[in-house]
Design a protein around this ligand. Sequence first.
Ligand code: ZN
Ligand code: FE
Length: 242
Amino acid sequence: MAKFEIYQFPCLSDNYGVLLHDSETGVTASIDAPDEAAIRTALAKTGWTLTHILNTHHHHDHTGANDALKASSGCTIAGPKDEESKIPGIDVSLSNGDTYDFGGHKAQIISTPGHTLGHIVYHFADDGLLFAGDTLFPLGCGRVFEGTMEQMWSSMEKLTKLPPGTQVYCGHEYTQANANFAVTAEPDNQDLKVRAAEIEALRAKGQATVPTTIGAELRTNPFMRAGNAARFAETRTAKDNF
Ligand code: ZN
Ligand code: FE
């Protein structure tokens, strides 16, 4: 088991694809499967061979390439047990509290219902890595489509307890829009002001704002900082109408 190598690439309109590779055991996972062509290009570029897909939730922009990639590579597909009927090609169904062994690296499965009812995130604690899907974004969080505001808040609250140094990868580049809202939600937050300026500069150059860290989100993300379900719901509703 070696240190993970990670290759992130933009795809579809605003999704991120991520390849996660261990050179010693030879495993390569696609975190979600948004876009077959983009994932194939990323595999060709890195020279890695796909062995796994780790799905976070059933939405098509996260599972659309499952079948095609499995057909050509025979990869193992892991995903949320609570959505297994909606995850094409699923082999391994994961629930809250499970540990998934990926090439000797252990991922703790945390269920984060809200955006979808069965959404899970993959926390590689020893590697200091979180794959958050559409639950947590830089300065934002996923829209609450299937769950309740209370569920989504308790999902966010679980993530606030992870080590601040944890690197967070997520499904989309929504950060500029999130920053535009966040500065209105917390006008007096100096850390947020600084970060919003950094984000503007990065996006002006077409650069990624992902990954982030749990620590950065604890200082600047109004959803992570809501403190209770009522305040979270207020903030989420305000963003939906922003
Ligand atoms: Zn989604
Ligand atoms: Fe998505």
